[in-house]
Design a protein around this ligand. Structure first.
Ligand code: ATP
Ligand code: MG
Length: 273
C-alpha cells in the first residue's frame, strides 16, 4: 500500500463493503472511524445500512435521529443530517429503516450517484476521512456507496468460502469502475475475528494474501468488540486496553501512515475472548 504524497483537497472517502453478512463491516466502520478520530483526523461515519447498527454503535439509538442519510439522499442538506458523537472529531450521518425504500424510490438514470452528490456537497468538505458502512447486499444502496467512494476496505472472516465471496465483490467493483466510478480503488482486505490458533485461518489468510492486497493489521476475535455496541460506544471508549481497541487503532495508523506503523507478527496472536 504505497502512499503518494500529493496535495489533495477534501476528504478521503472509504467504503467498508462485503456482500456477505456478519463479517465485521459495521464493527470495522465504527471502530476504524473512531480510531481515525482519535488520531485527530476529522472523521464522518456515514451509515448506509437500514439496520442502522453503525448509528447505534456511536450512540444514536434506532428511530431517535431527526434527520438521516435517507433525507440527504432525497435532497436535504447534509449539514442538517450530521450529528455529534462522544468523540469531538467524530460525527455521524445516521441511517434509518427508511433507507430500504431507496431500492424502489431512486429510479432515475442517476440512481447510483445520489450518495456521491451528497458527499461532494459543502458540508462534507470539512472532514479528513469519510467512512461508509454498507449493507450485506449488492443492491442500490451498496451501488451508491461504491459510486461515492475513493477506495474500498473489505472486511473478511478467514473461513473456507471467503475467497469465492471476494471474487464476486471484485467483479462488482470492476463493473462500477466500468461506468459509475472509474477511479474506484481497493485499499485492502482486513482480516477480522482472527484466531491465530486456527490453522484454517492461516491457510485462508495465505491464500488471500497471494491474490489481493491485505492489511498487515489483523483484528482479533475479542469479546469487548461485541459488547461495546450495546453501550452505544466505540470500543475505544469502552475498553481502550482491549485487543480489539488496540487492533483498530493499529489499523487506523496503518491506513494513515502505511505498514511501517504496524508492529511485527500481529497475525501470530491468538484470539482473546
Ligand atoms: P451485517 O452484514 O449484518 O451488516 P457486519 O458485516 O456489519 O454484519 P458486524 O455487525 O460488524 O458484521 O459483526 C457481526 C457480529 O460479530 C456482531 O455481533 C459483532 O459484535 C461481532 N464481531 C465483529 N467483529 C468481531 C471481533 N473481532 N471479535 C468478536 N466479535 C466480533
Ligand atoms: Mg453491518
Amino acid at each position: 500500500m504505497v502512499r503518494l504524497l500529493v496535495m489533495t483537497h477534501g476528504p478521503t472517502i472509504l467504503a467498508i463493503a462485503n456482500q456477505k453478512g456478519g463479517v465485521g463491516k459495521t464493527t470495522t466502520a465504527v471502530n476504524l472511524a473512531a480510531s481515525l478520530a482519535a488520531l485527530e483526523k476529522r472523521t464522518l461515519l456515514v451509515d448506509m445500512d437500514p439496520q442502522a447498527n453503525a448509528s447505534s454503535g456511536v450512540g444514536i439509538p434506532p428511530r431517535s435521529a431527526r434527520r438521516t442519510i435517507y433525507d440527504a439522499l432525497l435532497g436535504e442538506p447534509l449539514s442538517e443530517v450530521i450529528a455529534d458523537t462522544k468523540i469531538h472529531t467524530l460525527k455521524v450521518a445516521p441511517a434509518s429503516q427508511d433507507l430500504t425504500a431507496v431500492e424502489y424510490e431512486l429510479f432515475d438514470e442517476n440512481r447510483g450517484s445520489h450518495l456521491r452528490h451528497v458527499l461532494t456537497s459543502e458540508a462534507a468538505q470539512d472532514f479528513d476521512y469519510i467512512i461508509i458502512d454498507s449493507p450485506p447486499s449488492l443492491g442500490v444502496l451498496t451501488l451508491n456507496v461504491l459510486g461515492a467512494a475513493h477506495r474500498v476496505i473489505i472486511p473478511l472472516q478467514p473461513e473456507y468460502y471467503a475467497l469465492e465471496g471476494i471474487t464476486y465483490l471484485m467483479a462488482t467493483i470492476d463493473r462500477v469502475r466500468a461506468g459509475l466510478n472509474p477511479d474506484l480503488g481497493v485499499e485492502g482486505i482486513v482480516l477480522t475475528m482472527w484466531d491465530g490458533r486456527n490453522r484454517l485461518a492461516h491457510e485462508v489468510a495465505d491464500q488471500v494474501r497471494g491474490h489481493f492486497r491485505v492489511f498487515e493489521t489483523v483484528i482479533p476475535r475479542n469479546v469487548r468488540l461485541s459488547e461495546a455496541p450495546s453501550h452505544g460506544l466505540p470500543v475505544l471508549l469502552y475498553d481502550v486496553q482491549s485487543k480489539g481497541a488496540q487492533g483498530y487503532l493499529t489499523l487506523a495508523k496503518e491506513l494513515v501512515y502505511g505498514p511501517e506503523a504496524v508492529p511485527h507478527h500481529s497475525a501470530e496472536q491468538g484470539a482473546e475472548t
